[in-house]
Write a protein that binds this ligand. Sequence first.
Ligand code: AMP
Ligand code: MG
Length: 492
Amino acid sequence: MTIAHFAFDNSYARELEGFYVPWKGAEVPAPKMIRFNAALAQELGLDPVALDSDEGAAIFAGHTAPEGAAQLAMAYAGHQFGGFSPQLGDGRALLLGEVIDTHGQRRDIHLKGSGRTPFSRGGDGKAVLGPVLREYIIGEAMHALGVPTTRALAAVTTGEKILRQQGPEPGAVLARVASSHLRVGTFQFFAARGETDRLRQLADYAIARHYPQLEGRPDRYLGLLAAVRDRQAALIASWMHLGFVHGVMNTDNMTISGETIDYGPCAFIDGYDPAAVFSSIDSHGRYAYGNQPKIAQWNLARLAETLLDLINPDDSDDAVARASEVINFFPLAYERAWLKGLRAKLGLARAEDGDRELGEALLAAMAAQAADFTRTFRSLSAMASGDADRLRAEFADPAAIAPWLERYRARLALETGQAGDRAAAMDRVNPVYIPRNHMVEAALQSATSGDLAPFERLVGVLADPFTERPGLEVFALGAPTDFGPYTTYCGT
Ligand code: AMP
Ligand code: MG
């Protein structure tokens, strides 16, 4: 008998039969709530008190289904590190159902780690506590940083021990929320099977759900491609402006909505290095920080390929020409989004020629000395109000940044607003606190040995990343030198 009520409205299950397998979560011995996101629950129209409970833990572990759920595993394909897998799908995840949130937005509630499905291939369908909490920390931090992202609703442990490379680890499930789980790979799944009718059905569903302004238009499939391009261009620009490396930009991890998804091997850069790679399996640096815009375009070209038959069923040359035009515009769409973000970071309200070069010169100076990405940008607001010491302190050789400082001062002289307002605006886009790799690791290590306090504290600090607060200095520091190079794992 369940008391927690979900006002499910399951459009995917209802409208896209054949695009998924109805499924159930695995029963687990002892579901336990580790972290519940009450504010997000409220936004979803859920009862936070009823759900922050043993009953909620059982639901979010996938152990019991709430009334009205339409649990299903979605089918999708994907290019992983450039190689195509025609069948991936939810191998350790389930869509619990969809709700309409308090803003009228449709949101998926999805469980990651809820057991094997028909898409599990050789995997165990499970997740373990460290990676689940990592996705919790970073997803919520990205949201607070203003980046479109999936959210973390709950982290639960299951009472199982799951065998991983390092030995047995506590089993866990993440309940996450997304504006949908449609991916480039969802389109690829049906395109690879030559199922044009299903593709059209999927594209119409995606348009209705994410780009309703295109509904009914004769050129809507080309419009869909352009709309996804623009959302992804803006998303990647926002990653770049935070020093975020996603780490596994496979086409199955690129959403149609433009939200960041799948916080596996991701990490934030400390010392700036455009070639930064953290993932243990990305040995060729395909998903390096500086490659992310190019990879996004490559992924969008894969989406374009799936849409050709819809764009012009009668003339494939014409379809290719039109789709190529949309995809070839990506670099410009990205550049515009990036430049807009750059001006905000530098406190430039006007647009002047040479702003891009000014930003690039700063990045080059930072790269030359591995200056801390986050701290350097944050220090610019002090600089904009006349104090350059904080900025200089980020450079091992402060003399090397002197020419840039002069250039920046000259550029600021063209601005008309008040210095104080400018500094405040800059502090709203250049965070003080990001999920520092060493802090994340320390929090996860404590959590897996039973002490959740550092995890809770970190989540609390990162909920307000732009406001510098006394007592939190340690959260604004780069990694200590003995932390060494950082390696991340796909963490399943
Ligand atoms: P990801 O790297 O999380 O984007 O996952 C890529 C694919 O591998 C998806 O189809 C997942 O469902 C599948 N997968 C990852 N880990 C597991 C696991 N432990 N058991 C089953 N399938 C998994
Ligand atoms: Mg994935």
